[in-house]
Write a protein that binds this ligand. Structure first.
Ligand code: ARG
Length: 493
């Protein structure tokens, strides 16, 4: 077993396994291990270019690092005794190529800027994956909406039948929320993709390093300029976790609706069996467990966000080891949100909507009463409040027949006769018709099929733009990585 090269000089005495495990970030470091190799390569190339190390040192360091890149990092690196993957890799290199070469890699940097750089590299990849998953969810919602622009259903406020709407209108509300989630992550990426490297412990270094060079080699769009901020700041991660928490809130609401919609008293949707479980005692049961677990996972993401917030809130400048405890929250929050989104795509795409049931419910609970009041205003010149009161009173009496409406009108405004003003049962029936009521609501963003088609056109265009943005960012990162590795290979060829 190799000695931990970092502790060697200053500290003595054996530590218990429990102690080493307690201090170590190795488990979470598996997430950033690949990034660490890239950071090492970029750092060494920069040291070489700046003539901080000699070319013959570079020619021994780079092949050792390329081997880790090509073959993967050996398991022995992940030993708790090294505390983290950065010290593990350095220890490995010193063991294999000797301290005179391996011992020069860490010039002009610290694990503090190293870990911050690795986190940002891994996080930007995760962000793009998450954005791609979000895009798919939105595509499914748009595709379903295209099929259901004319599918009337009840719209609810207070979970009471309120006004008729369409399934497309309802689903597009979620697409809009997810579109904003997408925008938030897209925006967070701008603050994530900046390089802390070169900040060293926090005060940078006296070596003539080139921070812009390592930033460019690693595909960053710029620097986290202030070197104290670079090692101590974690608001970029808090921002992402906050965005994921909001995203999960939206997911949880959607799941809640799918759960309600799949009950036998609502029956608006039937989820594919693959996403459901049964009971060990009740043979008839089909339970929407996937949606339930997603609803609960939302809490885990909030937990990751809260954990991270509380970790930093009391920390003085600059690096404190507490920051090591924050990092697993990032990966946990990401993983939970990513798992949910991936499954949500297929859960939505494979769901069967019972359009007959939706239609059956659309007109219940006097859901078109607003349209009837509007008709009294439009055709018979009543003030809206008067019309609202008359229809409300008729509902209280139990029906919306001409006779009842007139009775209500008499009670509320003596002397008024709606029949005398020309109101007929036919007019009333037209106003109460669900399809008619929906078709009239064609203001931008409204449920009328006419308005929905315009909205869908616009959403399709936005999806295309968002997809291009992800592709561009991915291509830029892939190109930087390619160039970094080719430059390393060229140097030692
Ligand atoms: N493993 C640490 C982290 O995840 C980085 C090491 C910094 N250690 C230190 N003692 N300054 O944040």
């Amino acid at each position: 077993m190799r000695t931990d090269v970092v502790r060697l000089g200053r500290l003595s005495g054996e530590r218990t396994g429990e102690m080493m495990h307690f201090l170590s970030s190795m488990r979470a470091d598996r997430c950033i291990a690949d990034a660490d190799v890239l950071v090492d390569i970029a750092h060494v190339l920069m040291l070489d270019k700046q003539k901080i190390i000699d070319r013959d040192i570079t020619k021994q360091l780079i092949p050792a690092l390329l081997e880790l890149f090509d073959e993967g990092i050996p398991e022995e690196v992940f030993d708790d005794r090294f505390e983290d993957v950065h010290a593990g890799i350095e220890t490995l290199l010193i063991g294999t190529i000797g301290v005179d070469v391996g011992g020069r890699m860490h010039m002009g940097r610290s694990r503090n800027d190293e870990v911050a750089t690795c986190i940002r590299i891994k996080l930007r990849d995760d962000l793009l994956k998450q954005m791609a998953a979000l895009l798919k969810v939105r595509e499914v919602l748009v595709a379903l909406s295209e099929k259901h622009t004319d599918t009337v259903m009840p719209g609810f406020t207070h979970l009471q039948h309120a006004q008729p709407t369409t399934l497309a209108h309802h689903l597009l509300a979620y697409e809009q929320m997810y579109s904003r989630d997408f925008d938030r992550l897209k925006d967070a990426y701008i603050r994530v993709n900046l390089s802390p490297l070169g900040a060293a412990a926090f005060a940078s270094t006296g070596y003539p390093i080139n921070r812009e060079l390592t930033a460019r080699l690693l595909g960053f769009d710029g620097l986290v300029t202030n070197t104290m901020d670079a090692v101590a700041g974690r608001d970029f991660a808090l921002e992402v976790l906050a965005d994921l928490s909001i995203l999960m809130t939206n997911t949880s609401r959607l799941c809640e609706e799918l759960i309600i919609w799949s009950t036998s008293f609502v029956k608006f949707v039937s989820l594919d069996d693959a996403f459901c479980s049964t009971s060990s005692i009740m043979p008839q049961k089909k339970n929407p467990d996937t949606a339930e677990i997603m609803r609960a996972r939302t809490g885990s993401v909030f937990g990751a966000f809260t954990g991270a917030m509380i970790t930093v809130k009391g920390l003085p400048m600059s690096y404190n080891r507490d920051l090591q405890e924050l990092t697993p929250n990032i990966w946990r929050g990401m993983r939970d949100a990513k798992e949910c989104l991936r499954l949500l795509i297929d859960m939505l795409a494979s769901a069967t909507f019972d359009t007959e049931r939706m239609k059956e419910e659309a007109g219940k609970g006097f859901s078109t009463a607003t349209e009837l009041a509007d008709t009294l205003v439009r055709n018979y010149g009543l003030p809206f409040r008067t019309a609202h009161n008359i229809v409300g009173r008729a509902v209280q009496k139990g029906n919306l027949s001409l006779a009842t409406l007139d009775e209500a009108a008499q009670e509320l405004c003596a002397g008024i006769s709606l029949a005398a003003k020309g109101l007929t049962q036919e007019k009333i029936d037209e106003a109460l018709d669900v399809t008619h009521s929906v078709a009239l609501r064609k203001a931008p963003g409204g449920p009328a099929p006419f308005a929905t088609k315009i909205a869908l056109d616009e959403r399709r265009k936005q999806l295309d733009k968002d997809s291009t943005l992800i592709d561009d960012r991915l291509a830029k990162l892939a190109k930087a990585k390619d160039e970094l590795i080719s430059e390393a290979r060229r140097l030692v060829a």
